[in-house]
Design a protein around this ligand. Structure first.
Ligand code: 5AD
Ligand code: SF4
Length: 438
């Protein structure tokens, strides 16, 4: 989501005549678009701001702006701690970036969060950009934001505080953006939201509901002529409907890949996390997904060391990993975030225990991921090309695995789809040979 927001800011600035520089020492404006999901991400922002203080001493014209979730959460305190910061832009003020840069008056902190916030229509200007690019660097895949914010209040999570209430974007705005992306040559779209499964429950205008589910939206986007691949992220298992799961059987361009964050394998911890589903319900959804799409690659997010997590709870997490056999996962040590409920929980798990549990989880996940990859050897996959090297091309399968393919002819362009037979499986990527073009 931050990546997409950065692109939006870049476009808004470009429309006002700003030019991107490859060398940050040359910049007159630097924006840090920040994440505060865990303490480590926030610490990175503060240390980067320390480095930028020195740069501003050499170039007093330099404007420094902090955007995103840390900006939203810390607001005025950023300027108090780091007086060389010129402007703080919160998550719902993104689209006012250039007006604020021109004139923020007496208030360099724009962090208002409103329940009635509407994500404005936004048409990417890829065509204009593409004119200046070589065919090898023209973008072929894009993110498309369909909603913002979250109402779930998982007890560890800062997102409802930094991105505000869940707000679904207008269907017509989303379709307009999707059509314009495909018209400009985009072949793959990933629909983005904190909890896409609840799309439509909250309208752009306050809390009124709209009669259009996420599955309806997927079906509508999938019919755009010229679009080759469709993905989405992220889902909350509690809202995952049968209608949506069936889309994996019905929509040809929907990639066989599903990121379904579970966070813990222990019902006791899931309840303390306020996740509102049980391990059993989660496993039922996994089984249903696999019945609709047997080859689906499942990934997840996992937190270890949540307050009160015992060895027994962690064993439940490990047994869930064994049961599901994820293709991959993002796993994290629990981190206290300001304002969240779990930050007030007692019984915090020691850092050394968290590190050990993370190591155990990740090393078993690596083995399982490698086993999945080895199972692909000898099979043929459609691969969308991402990069062209001198003697090889690199692309992705629908399951989102990277494939390196030897190719000295170099007759392909990024965004084209080829068929490749997998010859070798590594931990993080596959190697294949060309069999043909789709
Ligand atoms: N500590 C550790 N991990 C967290 N996540 C969210 N909040 C925290 C936290 N306080 C993880 C969750 C989420 C992912 C984006 O980040 O696993 O799915
Ligand atoms: Fe955070 Fe996701 Fe829970 Fe929302 S659903 S509070 S974004 S973890």
């Amino acid at each position: 989501m931050n990546e997409r927001d950065s692109e939006i800011m870049a476009q808004l600035l470009g429309e006002k005549g700003y030019v991107e520089t490859g060398d940050s020492d040359q910049a007159d404006l630097i924006i840090l678009n920040t994440c505060s999901i865990r303490a480590k991400a926030e610490q990175k922002v503060m240390s980067m701001l320390g480095v930028l203080r020195k740069q501003k001493q050499h170039n007093p014209k330099l404007k420094i702006c902090v955007a995103g979730c840390v900006a939203q959460q810390e607001g005025q305190q950023i300027i108090e701690r780091m007086p060389h910061v010129d402007l703080v832009i919160g998550t719902q003020s993104l689209y006012q970036l250039t007006e604020l840069l021109d004139d923020f008056g007496e208030h360099p902190v724009a962090t208002r969060l409103s329940k009635d916030y509407q994500i404005p229509p936004f048409i990417p200007n890829l065509r204009a950009d593409n004119h200046q690019k070589s065919p090898l660097t023209i973008p072929f895949k894009k993110f498309l934001t369909i909603m913002q914010g979250c109402n779930n209040y998982c007890s560890y999570c800062v997102v409802p505080f930094t991105r505000g209430n869940e707000i679904s974007r207008n269907v017509s705005h989303i379709l307009e953006e999707a059509y314009s992306l495909v018209e400009a040559g985009i072949k793959e779209i990933t629909l983005l939201g904190q909890n896409v499964n609840s799309y439509g429950r909250t309208n752009v205008v306050s809390t009124e509901t709209i009669d259009y589910s996420f599955a309806d939206l997927l079906r509508a986007v999938s019919t755009i002529p010229g679009l080759r691949r469709l993905r989405f992220t992220t889902s909350n298992p509690k809202d995952l409907s049968d209608d949506l799961m069936r889309c994996f059987a019905d929509i040809g361009i929907l990639c066989p890949q599903f990121h379904l964050p579970v966070q813990s394998g222990s019902n006791r911890i899931l309840s303390l996390m306020n996740r509102k589903y049980s391990r059993e319900l989660y496993l039922e959804k996994v089984a249903a997904l696999r019945s609709y799409c047997p080859d689906i690659a499942l990934t997840t997010d996992m937190i270890v060391g949540f307050p009160g997590e015992t060895d027994r709870d962690f064993e439940e997490t490990m047994s869930l990993l064994e049961e599901v056999q994820y293709h991959g996962s993002f796993s994290f040590k629990y981190s206290d975030r300001p304002g969240t409920r779990s930050a007030t929980f007692e019984d915090k798990v020691e850092e050394t225990v968290k590190s050990e549990r993370l190591r155990i989880f990740q090393s078993r996940q690596d083995e399982i991921g490698l086993k999945h990859n080895q199972g692909y050897v000898g099979k043929i996959f459609s691969v969308m090309i991402e990069k062209i090297g001198e003697d090889s091309i690199v692309g992705r399968t629908g399951t989102n695995h990277l494939v390196h393919i030897a190719d000295t002819v170099c007759s392909y362009l990024p965004g084209e789809i080829v068929s490749a037979r997998i010859l070798h499986a590594g931990q993080h990527s596959l190697r294949g040979e060309l069999v043909g073009k789709d």
